[in-house]
Design a binder for this molecule. Structure first.
Ligand code: THU
Length: 144
């Protein structure tokens, strides 16, 4: 089903998601908004831990929420990240970490799934998963 969520709206959802960031150790706040093929949006934030390594990135929070609700078809994800004290005008484009790119590879078509890397709702770039994870290893590779 075609969906009616614009890229700008998806970035606005990521900006809202970022407000829930639990990041008392790094103070780096990340928000993500994952759009399903039928137009539903799942928000995620980074969730840190005093033991550090259990930290979960915003993108994976969004994916795990969606997958655990039965979603399997995804269109795009918007991501935004900056230090807690950064001024919005100083934000840089935010790119997902390698682990999150690999999780995207599990569920998304690398040629069509898009990653919106945002500074703001009016300033973001768009990449396919293939562009940010060239020659990725995915479920189909296990058939060879
Ligand atoms: N982080 C994300 O949420 N997504 C990424 O793709 C990279 C990093 C989080 C993890 C940690 O809470 C903080 O940013 C600093 O690394």
């Amino acid at each position: 089903m075609a969906n009616s969520v614009t890229d700008r709206q998806l970035v606005l959802e990521a900006i809202e998601a970022r407000k829930q960031s639990y990041s008392p150790y790094s103070n780096y706040m990340v928000g993500a908004a994952l759009l399903t093929k039928d137009g539903k949006v799942y928000r995620g934030c980074n969730i840190e831990s005093a033991a550090y390594s259990p930290t979960n990135c915003a993108e994976r929070t969004a994916f795990f929420k969606a997958v655990s609700e039965g979603e399997r078809q995804f269109e795009a994800i918007a991501v935004i990240g900056a230090h807690r004290d950064a001024k919005p005008e100083d934000y840089g484009y935010f790119y997902p970490c390698g682990v999150c790119r690999q999780v995207m590879m599990e569920f998304c078509n690398p040629k069509t799934f898009r990653i919106l890397t945002a500074k703001s709702a009016d300033d973001f770039t768009s990449f396919t998963l293939e562009e940010i994870l060239p020659h990725g290893f995915g479920p189909e590779d296990l058939n060879y």
